[in-house]
Design a protein around this ligand. Structure first.
Ligand SMILES: Nc1ncnc2c1ncn2[C@@H]1O[C@H](COP(=O)(O)OP(=O)(O)OP(=O)(O)O)[C@@H](O)[C@H]1O
Ligand SMILES: [Mg+2]
Length: 220
């Protein structure tokens, strides 16, 4: 499903260069649930952003669903990203001026789809995460756990094959975090491939596999 070969990434800023990833080889199979763990600054978000085609590596090769990505033009990469991945972030990244239902519909705007179908799919995604009664609310009228569930609905509404989550429970208390984790596990059981960054060993234990990063490198 996802294959990274000898991926490296260096960030260049005025004063220093940071080698964020060194020679990463990683293979994620279809329907796997993989957790990425490691200390702050070790490169986890960088790795997730490269997997999700939000960022390009400095060196190495990426294959998504058997397609080699690195030679693609930006426009083609954007299309592949939008069709293949759903993203969930620690800080939800919802648009506060839009109602919940409109936030969830957003990823579908890039597809040719009648408005009524968009609305129906967004409604179904919100019902799936238990927020059928909150569709007309605005994000700041919801609890953190509810906001993250809206973000999950938005990530899933286009039925992506791969869900990428960067510390999705990092801003939630343990009860709300458990709810979010249970939804991700359920989506995975239904076939979605999940790659999730977490600091929580209890969450990571529930994944199929833990990948540990230290100082930009994978450790056994
Ligand atoms: N845009 C950037 N410009 C320059 N350096 C960056 C940039 N983004 C990340 N870095 C550096 O790359 C390294 C890896 O960062 P990354 O965000 O991937 O870490 P992380 O493992 O996700 O950390 P955390 O657990 O704190 O989220 C860090 O040293 C960071 O300072
Ligand atoms: Mg990070």
């Amino acid at each position: 499903m996802i294959k990274l070969e000898k991926i490296s990434k260096t960030y260049h800023t005025d004063k220093i260069q940071t080698l964020a990833l060194k020679n990463i080889d990683l293979h994620v199979k279809k329907s796997e649930f993989v957790c990425i763990m490691g200390p702050s600054g070790c490169g986890k978000s960088t790795l997730l952003n490269i997997i999700g085609l939000l960022d390009r590596p400095g060196a190495g090769a990426i294959h998504v669903g058997g397609q080699a990505v690195q030679s693609y033009k930006d426009k083609h990469v954007a299309r592949l990203r939008n069709d293949t991945f759903g993203f969930i972030f620690q800080s939800f990244h919802l648009i506060n001026d839009l109602r919940v239902i409109d936030n969830v519909e957003l990823p579908l705007l890039y597809r040719r789809m009648p408005g009524s179908e968009r609305r129906e799919r967004a409604r179904a995604a919100l019902e799936k995460v238990g927020l059928g009664a909150r569709m007309e609310h605005y994000p700041n009228q919801l609890s953190g756990g509810q906001q993250q569930r809206v973000a999950i609905a938005r990530a899933m509404v286009g039925q992506p094959e791969i869900l990428l989550a960067d510390e999705p429970t990092g801003n939630l208390d343990s009860k709300m975090g458990a709810e979010v984790m249970n939804i991700l596990l359920k989506l995975n059981e239904e076939g979605t491939t999940v790659v999730m960054v977490t600091h929580d060993e209890n969450e990571a234990r529930r994944a199929h596999r833990i990948v540990r990063v230290f100082d930009g490198q994978l450790v056994a």
